[in-house]
Design a binder for this molecule. Structure first.
Ligand SMILES: NC(=O)c1ccc[n+]([C@@H]2O[C@H](COP(=O)([O-])OP(=O)(O)OC[C@H]3O[C@@H](n4cnc5c(N)ncnc54)[C@H](O)[C@@H]3O)[C@@H](O)[C@H]2O)c1
Length: 272
């Protein structure tokens, strides 16, 4: 088996979503044995060596079965935008618990699709370390912060390893000025996830999920060296075209989380 293929199968949740489809294609093409799952049907041709099983993250028994014999779980399923608390609760909190219970039973590593929205209320003028306080910008970001804390608990208590990837903006290309900082290319994501699975020992590590963007002055000091990853792509070629594409909302423009910070914002005295 080539060096960049895990010896055991890998479970991918959220396989039918935007990033799940990217990873299914790229990791499948690299020869990984993937078990894909999502509540929605998988819309693409199944990669060689992959299976797809429809399941709700709320179904803990289904997740235990799906994870059987897996060496890693790439957890990309769940609500991926800001929504009311009750909508986030099932998929992102209870579902996450089911993922971690499956990982505990299999002694599998979890690669968790965390988010910049777990630290969204840090100001863009700051430069923060991976160990700086979580500062979620809504119920969605809060669910990502909770996920990272759950992963830490499973590491301390059960020795389940995790890599928390705090994804910035992972799209085909950046589309506004904020993403000149937060953009993560699909290829950089694939290489990051590959290293997160294959690295020898990761403990409970955090990696900022952004490409090599000149405007990315917000984030530093994470566990990328431990997993052996460095971004190769960059949003910089889009700088001239996007630098003025900003909103006129002072909350959105002040904080790292951008538009999510402004959703339902009601602080009477304005930004802190
Ligand atoms: N795309 C980005 O820029 C970005 C940025 C930060 C974090 N993330 C995180 O990365 C992950 C993937 O993002 P995406 O852009 O592909 O999102 P997406 O919404 O396209 O995909 C999420 C998938 O989860 C599935 N899902 C939702 N509820 C489910 C349930 N109850 N049971 C089973 N499956 C369920 C959906 O059907 C969907 O296919 C998400 O966790 C998201 O929060 C993405």
């Amino acid at each position: 088996m080539p060096d960049d293929v895990p010896t055991k199968p890998v479970l991918l949740t959220g396989a039918s979503g935007a990033l799940g489809r990217v990873l299914a294609r790229s990791l499948g093409a690299a020869g990984w044995r993937l078990r894909l799952t999502d509540i929605a049907p998988f819309p693409d041709r199944l990669p060689d060596g992959a299976t797809f099983t429809a399941a709700d993250l709320g179904d803990g028994v289904a997740l235990l079965r799906l994870a059987e014999g897996c060496g890693a779980i790439l957890h990309f399923g769940g609500v991926s935008v800001e929504r009311p608390f009750e909508e986030i609760l099932g998929p992102n909190l209870r579902g996450l618990y089911h993922v971690y219970e499956a990982a505990r039973r299999e002694r599998a590593r979890v690669v968790f699709a965390s988010s910049n929205h777990a630290v969204g209320f840090h100001e863009r003028s700051e430069t923060i370390d991976a160990s700086d306080p979580l500062l979620p910008d809504g119920y969605y970001g809060l669910s990502k912060a909770y996920g990272e804390l759950m992963g830490r608990m499973y590491w301390m208590k059960h020795g389940v390893e995790s890599v928390f990837v705090r994804i910035g903006s992972c799209l085909p290309e950046p589309v506004n000025a904020r993403m000149l900082a937060s953009y993560l290319s699909f290829a950089d994501l694939t290489r990051l996830v590959t290293r997160a699975v294959l690295a020898e020992r990761v403990g409970a590590g955090v990696v900022w999920g952004a490409s090599d963007n000149q405007a990315m002055t917000w984030w530093r000091d994470d566990d990328r060296v431990t997993i052996g990853w460095a971004p190769r792509d960059s949003a910089d070629p889009f700088a001239a075209q996007l630098k003025d594409r900003r909103s006129d909302d002072p909350v959105e423009e002040r904080y790292m989380g951008g538009a999510f910070c402004a959703i339902g914002y009601s602080r009477p005295d304005g930004p802190a």
